[in-house]
Design a protein around this ligand. Structure first.
Ligand code: NAG
Ligand code: NAG
Ligand code: NAG
Length: 585
């Protein structure tokens, strides 16, 4: 493990170069770096099995590329997740934590200085032409789109609020032109033509290119009513996504998968989730309809995958192009009695599709190495042959067979998940719609030997799920009255919890390399690289008595540090373990 610590990134004039144990992805002697197409759906799940209903995604991407089954977003909400995706930084480092001001949205992205500091700008600096069509961020509107324009694009055609989620009345805004309304046209089909147009431009320009395609599907259809007010005052009416007419007849008998956690007999989770009532048959039927319309709405996005692949092939550049397919966050419908929506840290909301095909990427493979959205900007910059940035909170995802198999042994095993504010029920049956105090820190730790979800809420409620024995996350081992096992991994429960809490304690305010190597912050000697190492009884005192615990003093709707208890690197506390060498016993 010490060896890995030394192998870590070397800093040169603000830039970090790829770790030496990664196979170089493209041949540096070739004159041109590869082109990249990124297809980003909105609210597409992995756990509800939507991928099974996408024949072109299966044929062109799953069968010809690698499916990263343990890929996660780090904040289960569109705007924060997209900002993390395009900056390579966790939401606590962008402080774009919501969809609207004051805590989020396009205005917050601007005021945080990120418009000069995100992937398209870096790619242009690396010699790329960059194109984007579809939804960039929330609160990017027909009013504010040009104050200023989103930076870094050779060509752009953005979906704009308040029409972003109106499948049949979208507004798109091209380059420096004013917005154009597409009343009566199907938004995803409008977008398809724009995407193909940019692809032609890109091929004609004869330079390496990055093309992002971000359709609205399968997000709920949302009509905003009081357009007179400011963004914060908009009243939104959520209904199931609307499919293209040619897909409306599909999947008549399909229902939400009836997993163990689907509308369960007993309540689960904590806080407002635990108060939810079991859904009536009428409610379940409506949610099945909601699910079917999601599947129908993504058919037009599936056709875009086919349209792009066939055009890349026609131009003879398919084999030199990386195609990345993902979503901003996941989705739940009925699990834990939840109404359609996201914003929770259950697996349905955070575990999302990631499929990559391209030169050197294994075909028809799946992998369980842990990857997150903060890893994608570094991955793309590395493909572009550009220097990585010291302030990235993620690290490049291995794309080759050897890179993936070595990562299976050495890559980190954690995901840091964070959320601030409220959760929103998007179904017609949600009684209260806004669920406030949905502020929490959560942690996933996944290896061959264990699979945990640990969280601390702003109400100071705690959750621990052992997904090895409880993949549906129905038994919160920290809930009073839950019949918890006395030991986990052969250790008393409290010893495991102490380690998880300390890990999350570091991660909740981590910056840069500490976000991928958090154990190194706790054990500077480099002798602890994972939960297994940390469980050594030698560290009992360190974890059980010397460490501070995560606690909130109150619930806030944004990242107000003062409400979030002790901080790892503040207040004069030292939480690091002594530098003496400790061996596993
Ligand atoms: C569609 O959007 C335009 C503004 O872009 C608006 O004037 C019009 O009323 C909308 N139509 C419908 C049917 O909502
Ligand atoms: C949210 O939490 C605060 C304490 O931080 C509490 O005062 C308030 O009542 C809670 N609100 C709801 C809607 O539960
Ligand atoms: C995040 O932004 C909010 C709103 O502007 C601000 O109040 C808060 O202090 C910021 N948090 C940090 C850690 O900068």
């Amino acid at each position: 493990m010490l060896v890995r610590a030394i192998l870590l990134l070397s800093l040169t004039a603000g830039a970090v170069f790829a770790r030496s144990d990664q196979t170089p992805l493209h041949d540096k002697s070739k004159t041109r770096p590869p082109s990249i197409v990124f297809i980003l759906l909105d609210d597409l799940d992995y756990q509800l099995k939507s991928l099974d209903y996408l024949p072109f995604v299966q044929k062109h991407l799953v069968e010809r590329g690698t499916l990263y089954r343990k890929h996660f977003c780090t904040t289960a909400l569109c705007c924060p997740s997209r900002v993390s995706l395009w900056t390579g930084k966790a939401a606590h480092n962008t402080n774009v934590t919501d969809v609207n001001p004051p805590y989020g949205g396009y205005p917050k992205f601007l005021s945080q200085g990120l418009n000069e500091n995100y992937l398209p700008v870096w790619l242009q600096n690396a010699g790329y032409n960059t194109y984007y069509t579809g939804k960039l961020f929330n609160a990017h509107t027909v009013e504010n789109y040009n104050t200023p324009h989103a930076a870094g694009f050779t060509g752009s055609d953005f979906l704009l609020d308040p029409f972003t989620y109106q499948y049949l009345n979208s507004s798109y805004q091209r380059n420096k032109d004013p917005p154009v309304s597409h009343e009566g046209e199907y938004s995803v089909d409008v977008l398809a033509e724009k995407a193909y147009g940019f692809l032609e431009d890109a091929v004609e320009a004869d330079k390496p290119f990055f093309l992002a395609i971000a359709p609205v599907a399968p997000h709920s259809n949302v009509e905003i009513t009081n357009l007179e007010g400011s963004v914060e005052d908009f009243v939104a009416n959520f209904t199931p996504p609307i499919p293209a007419a040619r897909h409306a007849h599909l999947f008549k008998d399909v229902k939400v998968p009836r997993t163990e956690n689907f509308n369960p007999e007993k309540p689960s989770g904590v806080n407002w989730i635990r108060t939810l009532e079991r859904q009536s048959q009428e409610n379940v039927d409506a949610n099945d309809h909601f699910y079917r319309n999601r599947l129908r709405s993504i058919q037009s996005a599936d056709e875009i995958v086919d349209g792009i692949i066939s055009r890349l092939e026609k131009h003879g550049i398919l084999d030199d192009t990386y195609v990345i397919f993902s979503s901003d966050n996941g989705y739940h419908i009925g699990q834990h009695r939840l109404q359609p929506g996201k914003e929770c840290s259950f697996e349905e909301d955070i575990n999302i599709p990631l499929i990559i095909r391209g030169p050197g990427v294994p075909e028809g493979e799946t992998t369980d190495i842990v990857t997150t959205h903060t890893d994608l900007a570094p991955t793309i910059l590395q493909l572009a042959g550009a220097p990585l940035r010291a302030d990235f909170d993620g690290e490049a995802i291995p794309l080759t067979k050897s890179g993936i198999s070595s990562a299976a042994k050495t890559r980190h095993e954690h995901v840091n998940v964070e959320y601030w504010g409220f959760a929103l029920g998007e179904g017609e049956f949600d009684q209260s719609r806004f669920h406030y105090n949905n502020t929490y820190k959560a942690l996933r730790v996944i290896s061959e030997h264990y699979n945990f979800h640990y969280s601390v809420w702003c109400t100071n409620e705690h959750e621990l799920y052992d997904l090895k024995t409880d993949p549906s996350q129905l038994r919160n081992l920290l809930h009073e009255g839950e019949a918890a096992p006395e030991t986990l991994l052969g250790f008393p429960l409290s010893k495991v919890v102490a380690r998880l809490d300390s890990l999350l304690f570091v991660l909740k305010s981590c910056k840069g390399q500490t976000c991928t190597r958090p154990w190194l912050a706790l054990h500077p000697a480099g002798n602890v690289a994972n939960l297994h190492d940390a469980l050594s009884p030698r560290f009992d005192n360190f974890y059980e008595t010397e460490q501070r615990r995560i606690e909130y003093s109150r619930c806030e709707a944004g990242y107000i540090v003062d409400a979030e208890g002790p901080q790892f690197e503040r207040d004069g506390f030292v939480y690091r373990h002594g530098t003496q060498w400790h061996e596993w016993v």
